[in-house]
Design a protein around this ligand. Structure first.
Ligand code: KG4
Ligand code: ZN
Length: 352
């Protein structure tokens, strides 16, 4: 079986996956410590990974009813993400693999989100368009094979989840803001306030800076008291704008590629309003279960099945990368810089 580790941000995760993509164990330890700071603190994240990784791997082995001796391949996220956090997973993976002279598969985190769709019992097979929307990245990819994707568009500024978290914060909600914003929005009228959808952004790229600024001004103009009373309406309008931006670009991607299959990934895929909206596009939509949309190691194990594994000792000098994408991904420069900005700068700030 494949032992997979994921430590790119604030979730310490280990999973065991069979070579056929069956999930044997899936353990995620989320770090609550960051909520007090309104965002992920990189140094805290790395320290927590270090404290928890051994325990999380042990729990995964227990769940699968196996032992380290049963592991035939070690897989790990190499990037993009927080460098200190990534290094904990990478060093642990190298040590576990080297101790038994096992091969190691280094996996790109975004490819992992795509590969969550390939897990059993009902894998979603290419070709399809994949919409990845999380706190660190937002992109549309064309997936023709199991081992990569072509970036069709990406955010030029904030990631969708980041915009949601920042909006939630403006409305006085806790971090991460997505689930709370969705709950509050359910009590509001999405028509009461309108927010911009960045329709002028060309092609299949996204921009969420405008909607965020617009909420900031709206709250300021209404004044604290009225904004407080209208919080649910503001949340509903804001959520609708983010959802519309994602759905309209996804629709355009389906039209442009001629594909009629859409897969989702990333924490924002948990949003019920987004899922309902995407269901209206007329495509076959595949959404992995919530725990496989947010950061997890099962998706890394799934991706590892299609990545060339490095034999011992070739991986010992392998470095993590904070930004950028695997060379196989033929992304436009704008798309890459969008992903880079979203996955590092935003996350490196203690408070969002
Ligand atoms: O994939 P993820 O767990 O972590 C990374 O950022 O990689 O995604 C977390 C993001 C956060 O921004 C969170 O607010 C958002 O996903 N999110 C949601 C919902 N649940 C989580 N956004 C909207 N609606 C939700 N129900
Ligand atoms: Zn992620």
């Amino acid at each position: 079986m494949i032992l997979a580790l994921e430590t790119s941000c604030d979730d310490t995760a280990a999973a065991l996956v069979s070579p056929r993509g069956e999930l044997l164990a899936d353990v995620v330890s989320s770090q609550a410590a960051h909520s007090a700071y309104g965002g992920v603190v990189p140094e805290l994240a790395a320290r927590h990974h270090l404290e928890r990784i051994g325990e999380v791997i042990g729990e995964a082995l227990r769940q699968a009813g196996g032992a380290l001796e049963d592991v035939e391949l070690v897989a790990v996220t190499r990037g993009p993400g927080l460098i200190g956090a990534l290094l904990v997973g990478l060093a642990t993976a190298k040590a576990l693999a080297a101790a038994r002279r096992l091969p190691l598969a280094a996996v790109d985190h975004l490819q992992g989100h795509v590969a969550a769709n390939f897990l059993g019992p009902e894998p979603f097979e290419p070709p399809f368009v994949c919409l990845l929307a999380s706190g660190g990245h937002t992109l549309l990819g064309r997936v023709d094979d199991h081992d990569g994707y072509r970036t069709l568009g990406a955010t030029l500024d904030d990631a969708a989840g980041e915009a949601i978290d920042k909006g939630a914060r403006l409305l006085g909600l806790g971090y991460p803001g997505g689930p709370e914003l969705e709950r509050l929005a359910a009590q509001g009228d999405p028509e009461a306030f309108s927010f911009p959808i960045a329709e002028r952004v060309p092609g299949l790229d996204f921009s969420f800076a405008g909607v965020k600024t617009s909420l900031l001004y709206r709250v300021r103009d209404l004044g604290e008291r009225v904004a407080g009373e209208r919080r649910a309406d503001l949340a509903a309008g804001y959520q609708r704008a983010v959802v519309e931006a994602l759905a309209r670009r996804a629709e355009r991607a389906l039209e442009q590629t001629g594909l009629d299959r859409l897969a989702l990934g990333g924490g924002v895929a948990a949003n019920g309003v987004l899922r309902e909206r995407l269901a209206t596009l007329g495509a076959t939509v595949h959404v992995p279960r919530p725990g496989l949309c947010t950061d997890n190691a099962a998706m890394i194990g799934s991706a590892a099945r299609f990545v060339p594994a490095l034999p011992f000792p070739d991986y010992l000098g392998l470095d993590a990368y904070a930004t950028g994408q695997r060379p196989q991904c033929t992304a436009s420069p704008a798309a890459i810089s969008g992903v880079e900005g979203a996955s590092t700068g935003a996350r490196a700030r203690p408070a969002r």
